[in-house]
Design a protein around this ligand. Structure first.
Ligand code: AMP
Ligand code: MG
Length: 417
């Protein structure tokens, strides 16, 4: 990994980073995991190839028919329109005989085209009487014959390193007789919550307590990323407990994510411990929800994200900053969330100065136009606004209120949550 840029540029005001600047600083600090593992082909779905895969075979390996029909020598049509059916070539059962002038073989899709034949006529284009067929139409020379190596030639790069394997890729590799693939190992992501007010499900709530929901939203969002997850629970607000948790987590994981307690200027144990044990910056980002973010390293290898505590802020900052980092770490080339233009059907309140990620409900109308409306209350503690939403409404840094009917950008949650 590269050295961290501990003093990122600020354009949006003193000590305020734009979302894009923060994202760029984070991505710049990350290189993909480098260790490989060999796994069976089916386990490879969604994994990233560590080494290129070369073709061992021509696919197809033999000349074969693209149709059910009759294989013949095209030059014979100079004198014949009628052919004697001398044999059959079925898929997996080639015709081993030879063809005299005016002879053809019955052939099925995928079956080997006999060495003497060069053209296949579809069965729909012949009339048949006994073992004589008559061509109703003469296809061009070479019609309906598939050649060896048309799909892949031995020595070709089948798939390059860095490829995220999809269903088509699994089939392509299987067509080469490849049963195992070399993929990048899964990054290990540890996370914990901090705060004396947090209780686990099943515990009883005392006055002022809340159930820890952040570990569940994080669990869910990480679950979408094909990484190994380590839930380290709730860490109480005690110096030794926090220190111990950081040391333990940094030994186990590639990335440690915490929520709560690391706000800029917070004089709490998380902030103090980070300043002591790691190289972590505390950033103010011009974003809503989720202005404070801590980012850096706990040791020379383990990345750290200190997310805000409020439930919506955790989700937004995870998706905007931690998710792209984890994607890059796991070897994914594309880390940017796609945005679409949508007509905003409800007015939105927005103060200039921060980039807003409001919660919205979007749909595509019959004309193919996206529409979006607000989920209502947008407080960073209103987790229901995330649950009710199916997209973020992205409002630029300098934008003010949005009127109904204006165009806005949206980021659908599809695949994120
Ligand atoms: P903090 O960043 O620690 O000051 O927390 C900000 C707000 O988020 C407070 O109301 C916390 O109680 C709440 N909060 C922090 N962590 C969690 C959590 N894991 N689950 C639910 N709420 C939390
Ligand atoms: Mg707290």
């Amino acid at each position: 990994m590269h050295a961290l840029n501990t003093h990122p540029p600020t354009k949006t005001g003193p000590h305020m980073l734009s979302v894009e600047e923060a994202q760029a600083c984070i991505l710049q600090a990350i290189s993909p995991v480098s260790t490989h593992e060999r796994i069976s082909l089916r386990q490879g779905l969604g994994r990233i190839l560590a080494t290129p895969v070369m073709a061992r075979l021509d696919v197809p390996s033999h000349r074969n028919s693209a149709m059910d029909g009759y294989a013949f020598r095209h030059i014979d049509t100079d004198i014949h329109k009628a052919f004697h059916v001398a044999g059959v070539s079925m898929a997996g059962h080639p015709f081993y005989g030879t063809l005299d002038i005016g002879q053809c073989v019955r052939i099925m899709t995928g079956a080997v085209v006999p060495a003497d034949a060069d053209t296949v006529v579809m069965q729909e284009h012949v009339s048949q009487e006994g073992d004589i067929i008559t061509l109703q139409w003469i296809p061009p020379p070479g019609a309906n014959v598939r050649h060896p190596g048309e799909d892949l030639c031995a020595g070709d790069v089948v798939l390059p390193a860095g490829r995220k394997l999809n269903a088509a890729d699994l089939g392509l590799l299987a067509s080469q007789g490849i049963s195992e693939v070399d993929v990048l190992r899964h990054p290990r992501i540890a996370f914990f919550s901090t705060g004396d007010e947090l209780k686990g499900i099943g515990e009883s709530l005392q006055p002022g307590d809340v159930y820890d929901s952040n570990r569940y939203t994080l669990f869910g969002m990480l679950g979408k990323l094909d990484v190994d997850i380590l839930d380290l629970g709730v860490i109480p607000d005690r110096q030794e407990a926090v220190e111990q948790a950081f040391v333990q987590a940094s030994q186990l994981a590639d990335v440690v994510i915490t929520s709560g307690g690391a706000s800029v200027g917070d004089a709490d144990y998380v902030t103090d411990t980070l300043r002591k044990t790691g190289t972590v910056d505390f950033w103010k980002i011009a974003v809503k929800p989720g202005k404070p973010l801590a980012f850096g390293k706990l040791n020379d290898r383990c990345l750290f994200f200190g997310l805000p505590g409020n439930p919506v802020s955790v989700m937004a900052t995870f998706l905007l900053f931690a998710r792209p980092a984890i994607l890059k770490l796991r070897g994914d080339g594309v880390t940017k969330l796609p945005e679409y233009r949508a007509m905003c059907d409800t007015p939105l309140q927005k103060a200039p100065g921060r980039k807003d990620y409001q919660r919205g409900v979007c749909h595509l109308d019959e004309e193919g136009q996206w529409h979006v409306r607000s989920t209502g209350m947008q407080g960073s503690h209103i987790l229901r606004s995330m649950s009710a939403a199916n997209c973020f409404i992205v409002l630029p840094l300098l934008a003010g209120d949005v009127k109904a009917g204006e165009a806005v950008n949206i980021i659908p949650f599809h695949e994120l949550l």
